[in-house]
Design a protein around this ligand. Structure first.
Ligand code: GLA
Length: 382
């Protein structure tokens, strides 16, 4: 991959580029908790985007090899429009400029193997990779928390009011370690991912999600913030749902919109599941981890309502197989992948059965994505 990107750069431009590797991520558990200042348990993966970037004389030029598209723009005339990759590029540059960073014109190519729109954070990889590369080329330094904030702000410009899980996973990933991120303090703690006789396998529903375009993601966030704001009136110490106990939420229930209440209850339960998952991993209790994954899916399906029938089907099919300890939708929802904890010795049969069931009922061939938890973003000289 690295060689391919380098060769593509050298066929278009002169000189030796800077190389950036920006991985995608998985999340074992803790969905829609990040923007509520809760906890998440992601890790960077071995699927990534590679960038080859160099200085340009005038305009900025970037080619997206996988989709064979190219964008050209001037630093003085930025108009991120729509939700495609080129809009993210301009949004990143605009955000850096808005924060006072002097961005120099750049040119380059990028591409990789993170499936787009499948909940593996290709957009966080794109933004974090570009920001890190642009900073190095332009001669300014950004620490990882600042890269994450700029990348998050770029997503907000595009229209997705996301939290910080994806950016932290991309930037802080470590080989074979999950990251327990406290989204209030932004403290990062690492836990070895040891799954013994079991493997984590992703199944892509091949229904692409478009989180930014009015999908309900932002609406869920608004519900959570409305509940926190309501409780704050009586309890000024409450900044977010992170500070809301089950008792406080129950006391507020009569005054809350029922949808908002249900969504907030999901978030409280999901935070609790993250802690129980960490405790179970520490005592090697994979059965409990698996059943927490199933519970998390049920919460997203019935309470938070961010799943779709195809994803529910993948989880139901997984649950029916012997040797599957747990499965759930991963990421923001409305499409994308499931993450499954399956007995390695039975993996092939399990996957065949799920794939066959899914294909029969949907006419769609789901994609198996093998991932390994890997290092976070790296900037390298070619
Ligand atoms: C998307 C967002 C993240 C997070 C997840 C859901 O991936 O970018 O910030 O909210 O959805 O957990």
């Amino acid at each position: 991959m690295k060689e391919k990107i380098l060769a593509a750069y050298q066929s278009r431009f002169d000189g030796i580029p800077l190389l950036v590797r920006a991985p995608g991520r998985i999340n074992l558990i803790g969905e829609h908790t990040d923007y509520n200042q809760g906890w998440v348990l992601p890790g960077a993966i071995d699927k990534c985007l590679w960038f080859a970037l160099g200085p340009s004389e005038t305009n900025c030029r970037l080619a997206a090899l996988d989709v064979q598209e190219e964008t050209t723009f001037s630093l003085g005339d930025l108009h991120p429009a729509g939700t495609n990759w080129a809009a993210y590029v301009e949004a990143v540059v605009q955000e850096l400029g808005g924060r006072g960073y002097a961005v120099n014109p750049f040119q380059g190519v990028f591409g990789g193997d993170i499936p787009l729109g499948s909940g593996l954070s290709s957009s966080a990889a794109l933004c974090c990779g570009l920001i890190s590369g642009i900073a190095r080329l332009s001669g300014f330094t950004l620490d990882r928390p600042e890269v994450a904030l700029v990348a998050q702000a770029a997503e907000h410009r595009i229209g997705l009011n996301c939290g910080l899980m994806d950016q932290y996973a991309v930037l802080y990933g470590r080989k074979a370690q999950l990251i327990l991120l406290d989204c209030k303090s932004l403290d990062v703690q690492y836990f070895p991912l040891e799954t013994g006789d079991y493997s984590l396998v992703l199944l892509n529903s091949c229904i692409k999600h478009e989180l930014a375009a009015g999908s309900g993601y932002n609406e869920r966030r608004q519900s959570c913030e409305a509940v926190a704001a309501h409780i704050r009136q009586q309890h000024p110490e409450v900044e977010s749902l992170r500070d809301v106990t089950a008792d406080l939420l129950e006391a507020a229930r009569p005054a809350l919109d029922p949808d908002d209440f249900r969504r907030a209850a999901y978030v409280l339960a999901e935070n609790d599941r993250v802690h129980r998952t960490v405790a179970a991993l520490q005592r090697n209790d994979l059965e409990t981890v698996g059943s927490l994954l199933f519970d998390a899916h049920a919460g997203m399906r019935h309470e938070y309502e961010v799943t779709i029938p195809e994803i529910d089907l993948l989880v139901d099919l997984a649950r029916a197989q012997s040797g599957v300890l747990g499965a759930r939708m991963m990421g923001g929802g409305f499409g994308g992948c499931t993450i499954n904890l399956v007995k390695t010795a039975k993996k092939n049969t399990i996957l065949e059965n799920i794939i066959e069931g899914y294909r029969t009922q949907t006419d769609i061939q789901p994609e198996v994505i093998d991932v390994r938890v890997s290092e976070g973003l790296q900037v390298l000289e070619a």
